[in-house]
Design a protein around this ligand. Structure first.
Ligand SMILES: [Zn+2]
Length: 642
């Protein structure tokens, strides 16, 4: 790791002069109503190790170090607060025990729990802390505001089969289950690898490493659960009385998550905007990757909330960060968040209409200065440039319109040609060194990416590229950009790839409720098209689930696997019968499936050879695929002297 460059110090000085660091209201709000906490919010994992801890973040104190953007440092301090907080008479939150917040609303007989955090251990610790101070209350309802895992994966830390038998409702927005499966399963492999960069997994916390994630301190780890909803909110607005508490559910599909809803508590004069508002500019497409989000719908739903609910709210509760108190401040805050997404949307579309492409729009688009000075509009999680690209892609897709880009060379081939045209790697490196000294880190990172792709063994190019990424990381206000830059730098400097992240398998809770069709879609994306192109098969796949059976008829043709409800019956080449426990095992991939076939663990009728051929044509994925390079130095064939 290198110290901050003079150009980085200048960038930080500029940021300090443009922002009002004397405004400390957020710190007061983040601490308001504090009741108690666990020492360092330290939570052990059931499987051993640490599920969550603020201990590694003890360094987040005092003035910003040279290696952290001062505004991000401010957020890193705010996100280091943790504990149980009383928000209003009957609303409590535990914050800083997970990436997100859990909210407890005290009803007539029990507690309505909103968003039970990401892991069982996080949620259990939060629930225990709450009950230690508020008595042994029971859960009267569970609410998931949206389909992202940081808001529901910890549900088993709060409720279990007892509560479900008692009829405790689990309430979620329409399409909650489908959307939570769709996002995490089909694109799960690349998403997890890219999430490493977004959240800085593998980076050590420290002034020159990971300091925050923008929405919260970190992701943490632990046991993952899923309890499907028992009650879906289907109408644009639905009014229900839950445990004596009136709640207006406000569906906001296609905003921050595909399935999401706000909650208004008229009797408590409280509003919960789920993750549609946070104390940051959010992402219209996170760095991990997602289907792009609709900035226009997002701003429109915030506008609806501003009109329908804000006048009847004295406190605004959010599912990340701290609450906002007072009618006037809530109105200003919600209007500002609304304006933020509308402005990004409209101005991107305006500049697109001048023929600009995302990099040009990002260079030109400036937020209105009054909005840009609001702390809640700063890009700690999202970033203007990335959001502009997401809006562009949302409307026009990835192609920027220049026909010269229609059939571009893949990155390694292009890199080799660039480097050759520029006079070879050493010539590029010499010029890049001069640019680095001038502080032109963006360009150095770009040009040296070509050298590293062309000559992965060129250690000096790797080091200088890493140095440039590192300075960009130090300069980034966005925590996710910082994490990505610093992990990129680390992977360039390290000879081998880090170990794959934990929690890569599908949770047993998900397997327990996963529709067979979703499993088969998961299987279908593993079919290696070229290997399977001449295979033809008709397979009946039966899922035996206790007393009931679900069957789908699979057709394999032209390397593509289709499935429909029903059976081929006597036309089937082969029939497979599996239990849910078997699905869990074989979802691990080809090797597990082959083993199940070889040991006759799977009940197969007809021609097992047909099934075997299909299994042999399944692909295996390398979860730690290359991002900042395609090959590591030392890999056979491409070694180049440094
Ligand atoms: Zn979240």
């Amino acid at each position: 790791m290198q110290p901050a460059h003079a150009a980085t110090l200048q960038a930080h000085a500029r940021a300090r002069s443009e922002l009002d660091f004397s405004d400390r209201r957020d710190f007061e709000d983040a601490r308001r109503g504090f009741v108690a906490t666990l020492p360092d919010a330290h939570i052990e994992a059931d499987a051993g190790g640490v599920a969550w801890s603020m201990r590694p973040y003890a360094f987040v104190r005092g003035p910003a170090p040279d290696s952290v953007h001062p505004s991000l440092w401010r957020m890193a301090q705010l996100n280091a607060e943790h504990g149980l907080y009383q928000v209003s008479d009957r609303i409590w939150q535990v914050r800083g025990f997970s990436l997100a917040n859990v909210t407890f609303v005290e009803g007539e007989h029990g507690v309505i729990v909103i968003d039970p955090l990401q892991f069982t251990e996080h949620a259990r610790a939060a629930w225990r802390l709450y009950r230690a101070h508020r008595g042994e209350r029971a859960v009267s309802a569970m609410i998931y505001t949206h389909s992202h895992r940081d808001h529901y994966g910890g549900v088993r830390g709060v409720i279990g089969d007892d509560e479900l038998r008692r009829g405790v409702p689990v309430i979620a927005p329409l399409r909650f289950t489908e959307e939570s499966f769709s996002e995490s399963m089909l694109a799960g492999v690349p998403m997890r690898r890219r999430a490493m960069f977004q959240f800085g997994w593998g980076l050590e916390p420290g002034p020159m490493g990971q300091v925050d994630c923008g929405l919260g301190k970190a992701v943490g780890s632990g046991r993952d659960g899923f309890i499907p909803p028992t009650m879906l909110i289907r109408e644009p607005q639905e009014r229900h009385v839950i445990d004596g508490v009136e709640i207006v559910f406000h569906l906001t599909p296609g905003t921050e998550a595909p399935a999401e809803m706000n909650l208004h508590f008229p009797g408590l004069r409280a509003l919960n905007l789920a993750e549609n508002a946070c104390h940051t500019m959010h992402n219209l497409c996170p760095l991990r990757g997602a289907k792009t989000r609709d900035a226009l719908a997002w701003s429109q739903y915030l506008d609806e909330a501003l009109e329908c609910f804000v006048p009847q709210a004295d406190v605004l509760v959010l599912q990340h960060h701290w609450p906002v108190w007072g009618g006037a401040r809530i109105a200003e805050y919600v209007a500002g968040q609304r304006d933020l997404y509308r402005y990004l949307h409209d101005q991107t579309l305006r500049l697109m209409s001048h023929g600009r492409v995302p990099t040009e729009i990002a260079a030109e688009l400036m937020l209105p200065s009054a909005l840009a000075r609001q702390w809640f509009a700063r890009g700690y999680y999202g970033a203007v440039a990335h959001n502009v690209a997401a809006i562009y892609a949302h409307y026009l897709g990835p192609y920027e319109g220049h026909p010269g880009q229609l059939d571009r060379l893949p990155p390694v081939q292009a890199a080799a040609r660039y480097v050759a045209y520029m006079g070879g790697a050493d010539a590029v490196l010499a010029r890049a060194r001069a640019d680095f000294e001038r502080g032109d880190f963006r360009w150095v990172a770009e040009v040296l990416s070509h050298v590293v792709f062309a000559e992965p063994g060129h250690l000096q190019a790797r080091r200088l590229c890493a140095d440039a990424l590192e300075q960009l990381g130090y300069q980034a206000e966005s925590a996710t950009w910082r994490n990505a830059y610093l992990l990129g730098a680390r992977e360039l400097r390290q000879p081998g790839r880090a170990a794959a992240p934990r929690n890569v398998s599908i949770s047993p809770d998900v397997i327990a409720v996963l529709p067979l069709g979703n499993f088969l879609d998961y299987l279908a994306i593993r079919v290696d098209g070229p290997k399977a192109q001449s295979l033809k098969a008709r397979i009946d796949w039966v899922l035996v689930d206790g007393d009931s059976e679900d069957c789908r008829r699979i057709t394999l043709s032209n390397g593509s696997l289709h499935h429909r409800p029903g059976r081929h019956g006597t036309d089937a080449d082969v029939t497979v019968r599996t239990t849910r426990a078997q699905l869990a095992r074989i979802s691990a991939g080809r090797t597990a499936l082959l083993a199940a076939l070889d040991t006759a663990e799977l009940a197969v009728e007809g021609q097992p050879a047909v099934l075997r051929e299909l299994v042999l044509a399944l692909d295996e994925f390398e979860p730690m695929f290359g991002v900042v390079d395609r090959e590591r130095p030392g890999a056979p064939g491409r070694q180049t002297a440094a």
